[in-house]
Structures are given as structure tokens and as C-alpha cells.
Ligand binder design. Structure first.
Ligand code: NAG
Ligand code: NAG
Length: 416
């Protein structure tokens, strides 16, 4: 008989705070795109009409950290689900290391900080090889704490998180998340900020109606520019007129990293398009968009989400590490460890330049009757990915169902 009380929960967290950026050269191809898309579909099923934002790369890194300590079927489930099963055993750690090292390289044009930390229970002996590999592959800080002092531990970890996210993510954990049976907590934080290669001019931003999928309308600040971007029109395979959707790729400075925006027709809800999204389709979009002049209307948006990774990962087949069948015996001797909690918090803010700035009033000369270039009018829900063009690594994936809503009182210029 198994007595759950004697098992030792672990807490796995990953916190993400973005902006925009780019990648360095000589990094391998990411193999986790299918995993990323499957995560998205899980969140979509659970998400109703809400915005979605998460970092697939951050989940892959956090899973890599757990995988280092896993053996047997627990190890096999992670390799299978994340997309490492075709690699020789252990190669994925070098892959994740190289992918993140590629991210951290350079730095003049964007800010990126990726930090991993491991909080261990005092008095428990952890396998030195595990700690060595955590430092080697994930550059993890290792600290010893007493989880039975749950309020003090929550404070300490929250401070660490704040300190690695430019204070944007606060109070992530509370005392209730820890107890005298907690043995280990992994925290993964990413901070990322950059600029569009072609910035939007704040004076072209103005109030605009955004039509949500439920038919309601909200007022938002719509950014505008006309410029050279990669653009394409694709069909969902149906013969219907509504089956054609637009894909716009907007690069960040350095051009290694870009945001792809996928927009169905105005009358088509995003939910109609979402089921066809696959890893191979992301590639197809990236390979088939063509550079041309485009008129872009994109709302400013701020999306934030805290995800219970435990239930999401279980749906994707990573089950054992969360149960009494967990085999994390590469971390400590014995088999009494399991993952008690797994959380990711992600936040993304998209503005004219990449940093919040004042919005001036202004006029956009609208030439609806004389449109010479394709117009991408994101005045209804859309899907997006922020992705490395070199490796295919997906830093962020999400959807905007409701952008930043402004009250009528904030609105001192005319609606279009
Ligand atoms: C990671 O980079 C190192 C050093 O360049 C290289 O030897 C190794 O093969 C790379 N690993 C993968 C999985 O690409
Ligand atoms: C916060 O980060 C700075 C610089 O990285 C470091 O010197 C400082 O000790 C950190 N503080 C805490 C509480 O972790």
C-alpha cells in the first residue's frame, strides 16, 4: 500500500517575462515544436474565450531540468512527450544548453535574462552528479532552504523571481505552496525585451473598435504602419471563402526573432482556425510568406497568464512524475520524490516600440477605397508566435481574444 503522506512533493515553476529579441548563430534546430503546439491546444481547450500566453521554450527547459533527475518510465514519458525520443539518450541536455546559450549570446540590441534556480531542503542528501549536471547544462543556482518555514521560503523564492524578471512578476508563490514534505523547488525565469525592426509611430496609434468572437466590441488602442513585411494568404483546405486567412511576420531588431500573427477573416471566429495549427504548419507559414508592402493595424496588447502545468502536462502524457509512481531517483537515493506542483507565469506586452510609451493623438489617412497593398486589420481575435527563424524555437505562443481595453474616459480622440 502506498502512503502518499511520506512522499515528497517537488515544486516546479517557470516564470516568463518577455519583450522581443533575437538569436545568435550556430545553434541547433529545436525539436520541440510539436510539443509546443500540443501545449497550446490543451490551453485552448481549457481556455474558453480568454487570452493565452505561455513560453514553450521555458516549459521545455523546466522539463529538461526534471528529466535530469528522472529514470525509467518517468524519464521515457518526458522524452517522448517533449520530442526528444529520436535523440540518443542525454543529447537533449546539450541541445537545450546550446539553444539557451544561443539566446544569451550577444545582447546589444535586446535584453534577455534566463535564470534557473534550484531550492533544496536542508538536511536531505541530493546526488552530487545531479547537482553537477544541473549547473553544467542549466547554469542553475543552488540554494538550501527549510520548506517547513513556508512563509519565509515563499518570500525568498518570490524575491528571487522578482529579481530575475525586472520586478514584473511579484508574489508568485504563497506559504500554502510549501510544507514540511516539500523537498525541492525548481524555478525557471525568463526576461526578454526588445524592439520591432520597424517600429510603430505612436502618433499613428488611435482608438479603434475590436470585435470579440462573442460579437461584443471593446475599444482598444490600434497601432498602425505601412511597411515591408513578410506576408501570405493561406487556405484552411476548405473551399469556403472564410477558409482563407492571413499570416504576417514582423521581425524584431536583428531579424533572427520574429512575431508571426495569424488572422482569420473578420467573420470567422479564431476557434475555427485553431484546430488546424500544427508544428509543420508553422514551418509552412515561415517558408511561404513573401516580402511585400503591407498595411498593418495591430492593437497594443498586454497578456498575462498563470498556468497549472501539472494538469496540462498530464494531458500530454507526462504523468508519472506527478504520482507516487515517479522515479526521480537520479536526484536522491530512493524513490519517494514526486512533483507536487508545476506552474508557469508568462506576461507579454506589445507596444509601438517594445516599451510602454505615451500615446499621442493623430490622424491616419485612411484610403479604404484605394487600397494598394494587403491590409492586415487585427481588429478581431488572432493567434501569434514569437519564434526564432533559425532554430524554430518558440519563445512565446498565444492568442489575443481581448486586447488592452481602454475606457471611454481615456479616449480623447475620435474613433475611426
Ligand atoms: C552543442 O554545442 C557543442 C559545442 O559547440 C557541440 O559539441 C554539441 O554537439 C552541441 N550539441 C547539440 C545537441 O547540438
Ligand atoms: C538580485 O540580483 C542582483 C544582481 O543580479 C544580486 O546582486 C542580488 O544579490 C540579488 N538579490 C537577491 C535577493 O537575490
Amino acid at each position: 500500500m502506498l502512503i502518499l503522506d511520506v512522499l515528497s512533493p517537488l515544486l516546479l515553476l517557470s516564470i516568463v517575462l518577455p519583450g522581443y529579441g533575437c538569436w545568435a548563430a550556430d545553434i541547433p534546430e529545436d525539436t520541440t515544436a510539436e510539443f509546443s503546439v500540443r501545449l497550446y491546444h490543451q490551453l485552448q481547450v481549457a481556455g474558453g474565450q480568454e487570452n493565452i500566453i505561455f513560453s514553450p521554450l521555458s516549459v521545455a527547459v523546466a522539463m529538461g531540468m526534471v528529466e535530469l533527475g528522472a529514470r525509467g518510465a518517468s524519464l521515457g514519458e518526458i522524452r517522448q512527450a517533449v520530442g526528444f525520443s529520436h535523440l540518443l539518450p542525454g543529447v537533449e541536455f546539450s541541445l537545450l544548453q546550446n539553444l539557451t546559450a544561443g539566446l544569451l549570446d550577444d545582447g546589444a540590441r535586446y535584453v534577455i535574462r534566463l535564470a534557473n534556480s534550484l531550492f533544496l531542503q536542508e538536511g536531505i542528501t541530493f546526488n552530487p552528479e545531479f547537482l553537477h549536471l544541473m549547473r553544467k547544462y542549466f547554469r542553475a543556482d543552488v540554494e538550501t532552504v527549510d520548506f517547513s518555514e513556508s512563509a519565509a521560503v515563499a518570500d525568498q523564492i518570490n524575491t528571487w523571481v522578482e529579481n530575475h524578471t525586472e520586478s514584473q512578476i511579484r508574489e508568485l508563490l504563497s506559504a500554502e505552496d510549501f510544507s514540511s514534505v516539500t523537498r525541492l523547488t525548481l524555478v525557471n525565469a525568463i526576461y526578454f525585451r526588445g524592439s520591432w525592426k520597424n517600429q510603430f509611430r505612436p502618433e499613428n496609434t488611435r482608438t479603434f473598435s475590436f470585435s470579440r468572437d462573442d460579437g461584443s466590441e471593446v475599444q482598444t488602442l490600434m497601432m498602425y504602419q505601412q511597411g515591408d513585411f513578410s506576408y501570405g494568404e493561406f487556405s484552411d483546405g476548405s473551399q469556403e471563402a472564410g477558409g482563407v486567412y492571413q499570416v504576417l511576420e514582423m521581425p524584431y531588431e536583428g531579424e533572427d526573432m520574429s512575431m508571426m500573427i495569424v488572422l482569420p477573416r473578420q467573420e470567422v471566429p479564431l476557434a475555427t482556425l485553431e484546430p488546424i495549427i500544427k508544428a509543420s504548419l508553422l514551418e509552412e507559414w515561415a517558408n511561404n510568406v513573401k516580402r511585400q508592402k503591407v498595411e498593418v493595424y495591430l492593437p497594443r496588447f498586454k497578456v498575462e497568464q498563470k498556468i497549472d502545468l501539472r494538469s496540462t502536462l498530464q494531458e500530454l502524457g507526462i504523468k508519472k512524475i506527478f504520482t507516487s509512481d515517479a522515479d526521480l531517483s537520479a536526484m536522491t537515493d530512493g524513490k519517494d520524490l514526486y512533483i507536487g506542483k508545476a506552474v508557469q507565469k508568462a506576461y507579454l506586452e506589445v507596444t509601438e516600440e517594445g516599451a510602454e510609451g505615451a500615446v499621442g493623438s493623430g490622424m491616419i489617412a485612411l484610403t479604404r477605397t484605394l487600397v494598394l497593398y494587403p491590409q492586415v486589420m487585427a481588429d478581431h481575435p488572432f493567434f501569434f508566435v514569437i519564434r526564432s527563424r533559425k532554430t524554430g524555437s518558440i519563445l512565446f505562443m498565444g492568442r489575443v481574444m481581448t486586447p488592452e481595453v481602454i475606457g471611454l474616459n481615456d479616449n480623447d480622440f475620435d474613433s475611426m
